[in-house]
Write a protein that binds this ligand. Structure first.
Ligand SMILES: [Zn+2]
Length: 443
């Protein structure tokens, strides 16, 4: 692993032409190998929407909100600490949204020991197609941080994480008709493979929403006072074995391989946190999802190029191409530690109002929320091969397609790659954002 260092000091001579050529060549090699490195970790097809399709998807926006408190967000912007009545109200609201959409609901209630006593927690899990053998997960936490005294106990947590939850609810509403239509089309035998794009792989992948309870620490963030819901769920899933008819079991090559669990069915877990204010800076933290982070950059750039998002003053760039390794403590950790592939979409540095009463509706930005909604919409449509016309256009092309067809048993090899990243974590530990390491990819 190489750390970036300043290699030119002010006292140096001007480099010769030959030297400049050499530096340029090295730069090209680094850029090329970087791109190749991302492709190595891409384990599935990724459909790229045409500009026309992207424009159509953006025009399918829900009625324009006049205020950040319109829509789902208005229902979530209340203090909702784990174990409180408001927490239950929010759970019920979220449940009603997904029930209306017809998604499968699973709740995992449990009692946890916290520094302030026993607390009841409930994770909420919604799956479009519970029978699908593999899935992509979008996740956020719906609890807000508990403070004992007034006025601190009125902490709302607008960016932390009411806004990310609202984005996910809007996304699910948006995707449902497209998913319904694709399901009908595939069931009727129309087009499994279109235009060199592997719809079979796509058809066996569903989307799951996981909304964690108990992300926040009740006192100080420690291994035991934080991410209660995520720790519970990762542990539960690591012990929930798949049916013998599941493709992962059928594809098992050796008798003594570990029994696959629910965790093995997760292609990627994408965690959103601390979003919705004007400023965001999103880094990539994990080698195996650098390619997904690059997709986000491309989508944002494309939306900008087509004038489909409103860029606020001084907010041009939301995504950094610099890779940060080490990561930030959050709900993904118990899954990462068990080999799940993670994309962590979190603002770094944290919003200036983090864990203060200022993290309320006034910090949220309508243009930023719309921008996130559109980015997530395009991203999930491309990941899941969904198009606005519901039939994949014959004129669009697939980019970044791998030469060979990828199947579900490759999830197992993906898991091995992730464990390599874990080596870094064991060596350097989990840190907050003040202690992140900048490294290059070319190990
Ligand atoms: Zn928080």
């Amino acid at each position: 692993m190489i750390k970036f260092r300043h290699s030119f000091s002010s006292g140096k001579k001007i480099p010769s032409f030959q030297l400049l050529c050499l530096v340029y060549l090295i730069f090209l090699t680094i850029v090329t190998s970087h791109q190749e490195a991302e492709n190595v970790y891409q384990k599935r097809d990724y459909y790229t929407l045409s500009n026309t399709d992207i424009k159509t998807l953006v025009e399918l926006d829900p009625p324009q909100w006049d205020s950040v408190t319109d829509g789902h967000l208005g229902k979530l912007l209340i203090p909702r600490a784990s174990g409180s009545e408001n927490n239950t109200l929010v759970q019920n609201y979220i449940s009603s949204v997904f029930t209306n959409l017809g998604w499968h609901e699973e709740k995992t209630p449990f009692r946890g020991t916290t520094p302030i006593g026993e607390i009841d927690f409930t994770n909420l899990i919604y799956t479009y197609d519970p029978d699908a053998p593999r899935k992509i997960i979008l996740a956020a936490h719906f609890d807000s941080k508990w403070f004992p005294d007034f006025p601190a106990n009125q902490f709302i947590g607008a960016t932390d994480s009411a806004a990310p939850v609202a984005m996910i609810l809007h996304l699910a509403e948006f995707l449902t008709p497209l998913l319904n239509n694709r399901k009908e089309r595939i069931l009727s035998g129309l087009g499994i493979l279109k235009n060199d794009f592997d719809e079979e792989e796509i058809a066996e992948t569903t989307i799951q929403i996981v909304l964690f309870d108990g992300e926040e620490a009740f006192k100080d963030w420690t291994a035991t006072d934080s991410i209660y819901g995520a720790r519970h769920l990762a542990e539960l899933w690591s012990k929930t074995y798949l049916k013998s008819t599941h493709p992962l079991n059928k594809n098992k090559k050796r008798k003594f391989e570990p029994e696959p669990t629910i965790l093995n069915t997760i292609d990627h877990l994408i965690l959103l946190d601390l979003l919705g204010n004007k400023h965001s800076m999103i880094y990539s933290y994990f080698r195996e999802t650098d390619w997904l982070h690059s997709k986000l950059i491309k989508i944002d750039q494309n939306l900008k190029n087509q004038n489909l998002i409103e860029i606020e003053k001084d907010e041009n760039e939301w995504f950094s191409k610099i890779k940060l390794r080490g990561g930030i403590g959050d709900d993904h950790l118990p899954f990462l530690h068990r080999g799940v592939s993670i994309l962590h979409i979190i603002s770094n540095p944290f919003p200036s109002v983090w864990h203060t009463l200022g993290d309320d509706s006034t910090i949220l930005s309508l243009p930023a929320l719309r921008r996130w909604n559109r980015i997530l919409r395009i991203f999930t449509c491309e990941y899941l091969g969904l198009t606005p016309n519901l039939i994949i256009s014959t004129t669009t092309t697939t980019t970044n397609r791998l030469q060979s067809k990828k199947t579900i048993d490759e999830l197992v090899s993906l898991k091995k790659i992730i464990l390599t990243d874990l080596y870094d974590i064991i060596l350097f530990g989990w840190t907050d954002d003040s202690n992140l390491r900048i490294v290059d990819d070319n190990k």
